[in-house]
Design a protein. Structure first.
Length: 103
């Protein structure tokens, strides 16, 4: 029996949108934005992720960059609503470039 990694903590029961069936290994791999109302999350099981090259959302470049940016700006005294320190500015730029690459 294998233990899932911390980035793939599956629910005891989930749904895979790719094979359209129940799964104990499904994790979120995409978020579909909508014009109004909440977006929709898409989940894939481990075999479907492997077959289709679907990384979990938590491992996608734009999510990692956004997490780094948030962690920095939360604790940095040089980052305020009026501006960012040099590091905060660079992290913001990295995040925006990752977003452009994800589109």
């Amino acid at each position: 029996m294998t233990t899932p990694s911390s980035t793939e903590a599956p629910a005891p029961f989930g749904w895979c949108h790719w094979h359209k069936g129940p799964s104990g290994t499904a994790v979120m791999v995409d978020i579909v934005e909508q014009n109004s109302g909440p977006g929709a999350a898409l989940y894939a099981c481990a075999p479907c992720r492997e077959q289709r090259g679907l990384p979990p959302v938590a491992e996608q470049a734009h999510e990692v960059a956004y997490r780094d940016y948030l962690i920095h700006t939360t604790d940095c005294v040089g980052c305020t609503r009026l501006g960012r320190c040099d590091v905060g500015g660079r992290l913001r730029d990295i995040y925006h470039r990752a977003l452009d690459g994800a589109a």
